[in-house]
Design a protein around this ligand. Structure first.
Ligand code: AMP
Ligand code: ZN
Length: 468
């Protein structure tokens, strides 16, 4: 498999550090709000990478953090009058619900920054001991110029960076030896959460948490480090500086970055008011549709979100699901077991679509082409399969289709099919029951939906539903 490595600016053959095993670290969201659809992109893309590597037989160890201490979380806690901890636990739970809807695998680790404070203090101490960091008035800074290869990931030149900094000199940063230096530990401010440290009470800077979580849960050297392209500089550059100076070995062999998600061809931002959360989407679509929509583009390209593209993703996904249930129906009714010669030949042709799928995925995770191979397979099945076929043939096709869908993280099991239609049918039945004054039946329907995690809300414009 080839992977585009931001570090070299080239597609490189993927060779793991240890044969048969892959260690992946992906920067996760800061949990101060519901996640937006941009945050969902790295989750979907790198979960698909994880699934594909597992499909190829690798043992994958995947870690993706939650940043649960940060200025935005503290600001939110002050606004809501609750602790920072309460803010982050609330949004971690919400994020986990969204991830479940997006079918992000559960066999991965999501550590929290606040769980590794002692380890962060240890790494900062090591950096001070090795001369890569210094303390001034309770703040610890990283000495950027001491790390000779600083800029190797982003391709930034240290002197250009210095010149840029001189122009926008930030107030209160005079304690630094050099404007380039960044914070590893900052002193406590009144009313903010803080931890004891050798430099007084305070809290860690943002970059150190990922260096430490990767080290603690994966080791000093990892295969793949990933995140959105906005993180290349300064976050990932700083992670490299911290980890490599502290551990004395190359931190990550491959650096992968996803492109940005835009809305109606504009940058998605709160100030433009074109901001969509994953939860907003879940009110209108099954979140599998969002996942499928994202996989329709190559992960390094920008992707544009629009209702039209989502509707087309919805139709595409439906086509795949319908094909899968069509096979299920034929399999159920069928009892012919012998594979005919003609079927054997067709099966070889069908396996060709698996080959195309793998070729696409091997080419720097080209999910767009991989999805096209799945559509080719669906078309092939629809035009070559009937109730005349043997069960063996039908089951082999079904298992081929399921293999590919599983790599993409598309759940095509029967219960999922028509989930939204099922909800809407029940809501319509409940509305009729209420009109007929059959309140017992109306309540039964509400309870039935609630048991499946669907909450109904009666509004002036009719009934709205959401997932718990
Ligand atoms: P944050 O919570 O801002 O640290 O972001 C969490 C992850 O989402 C990071 O990997 C970001 O690079 C990524 N991300 C944020 N916004 C977008 C976007 N609009 N499109 C794609 N990825 C994004
Ligand atoms: Zn990170």
């Amino acid at each position: 498999m080839k992977i585009y490595n931001t570090l070299s600016g080239k597609k490189e053959e993927f060779v793991p550090i240890e044969t048969g095993k892959v260690k992946i670290y992906v920067c996760g969201p800061t949990v101060y709000n519901l996640i937006h659809i941009g945050n969902a992109r790295p989750m979907v893309v790198f979960d698909t990478l994880r699934r594909y590597l597992m499909y190829k037989g690798y043992e994958v160890n995947y870690v993706s953090n939650f940043t649960d201490i940060d200025d935005k979380i503290i600001k939110r806690s002050i606004e809501e009058g609750i602790s920072a901890d309460a803010v982050s636990s609330k949004y971690i739970k919400e994020c986990e619900k969204d991830m479940e809807g997006l079918n992000i695998g559960t066999d991965m680790l999501h550590p929290l920054a606040t769980q590794v404070i002692p380890e962060m203090i240890d790494m900062i101490k090591t950096l001070i001991d090795k001369g890569f960091a210094y303390e001034n008035n309770g703040t610890v800074y990283y000495r950027v110029r001491k790390f000779k290869v600083y800029g190797k990931l982003s391709g930034k030149n240290i002197d250009d960076l210095e010149a840029g900094h001189r122009q926008i000199k930030v107030a209160g940063e005079d304690n630094k030896e050099d404007q380039l230096d960044f914070v590893l530990w900052k002193p406590k401010k009144e009313g903010e959460p803080a931890w004891e440290s050798p430099w007084g009470e305070g809290r860690p800077g943002w970059h150190i948490e990922c260096s430490v979580m990767a080290k603690k849960y994966l080791g000093d050297e990892i295969d793949i480090h990933a995140g959105g392209e906005d993180l290349i500089f300064p976050h990932h550059e700083n992670e490299i500086a911290q980890s490599e100076a502290a551990n004395g070995v190359t931190f990550a062999k491959y650096w992968m970055h996803n492109g940005f998600l835009k809305i109606n061809n504009e940058k998605m931002s709160k100030s433009l008011g074109n901001f969509l959360t994953v939860r907003d989407i879940s009110e209108k679509y099954d979140l599998q549709v969002l996942r499928f929509f994202m996989l329709g583009a190559h992960y390094r390209n920008p992707v544009n979100f629009s209702d039209e593209l989502m509707d087309s993703a919805k139709n595409g996904l439906e086509r795949i699901k319908n094909c899968s249930s069509f096979l299920d129906e034929l399999i159920e009714k069928n009892d012919k077991n012998e594979l005919t010669g003609e079927e054997q030949k067709l099966m070889t042709d069908a396996e060709g679509f698996r080959k195309n799928f793998e070729t696409a995925m091997d080419d720097d995770l080209n999910t767009a082409d991989a999805v096209a191979s799945v559509f080719d397979l669906v078309k092939f099945i629809n035009s070559n399969v009937s109730s005349e076929n043997s069960k063996r043939f039908l089951v082999s096709l079904k298992s081929l289709l399921t293999d590919l869908n599983e790599v993409l993280g598309l759940d095509t099991s029967a219960e999922e099919t028509g989930d939204i239609e099922w909800i809407e049918l029940l809501i319509a039945e409940r509305t009729r029951a209420k009109k007929d004054k059959d309140f017992k039946r109306a309540d039964e329907i509400r309870d039935e939906l609630l048991q499946k995690g669907i909450v109904l809300e009666d509004t002036r414009d009719g009934v709205r539903w959401k997932r718990k």
